[in-house]
Design a protein around this ligand. Structure first.
Ligand code: TYD
Length: 120
């Protein structure tokens, strides 16, 4: 099951500061970010081992997660939202805006053999 959490955020007149510390339940081995995806859909896979934490640092996007019973929809529209995905969470993303930057923290190094394209 995915889990949406609120990241600690400190706001004052100078702006906002969001912290990712002791909250991601895995050692981060890889960081990547997705941008310039306005009008496109991405993802459509799950993983064998990889756990991921998704944070939109700019703009917004939708994340869909399909399990055996239902499809869950998350609107990542704030940098203080963090969506934790487990390996078995088949997911895809759309509704990217021009300014959207989707930051992903991953528990494993990139390995094409860790991808599973079927949703069952
Ligand atoms: P892909 O997994 O298709 O992106 P998405 O999950 O958004 O559909 O990755 C796009 C390309 O980037 C593909 O050629 C593989 C490469 N890639 C890496 O080399 N390292 C990585 O960590 C990731 C996530 C992708």
């Amino acid at each position: 099951m995915p889990k949406l959490i609120s990241l600690p955020t400190f706001k004052d007149k100078r702006g906002s500061l969001t912290v990712i510390e002791k909250i991601v339940p895995f050692e981060v081995k890889r960081v990547y970010f997705i941008y310039n995806s306005e009008g496109y859909e991405r993802g459509f896979h799950k993983h064998k081992l990889t756990k991921q934490a998704l944070i939109v640092t700019s703009g917004s996007c939708s994340v869909f997660v399909k399990n055996s019973k239902e499809t869950l929809n998350y609107n990542l529209d704030s940098p203080s939202k963090c969506l934790m995905l487990n390996p078995e969470d088949y997911h895809w993303m759309n509704n990217f805006k021009k300014e959207t930057v989707l930051l992903v923290l991953a528990s494993e190094y990139y390995d094409i053999n860790d991808y599973l394209d079927n949703d069952s």
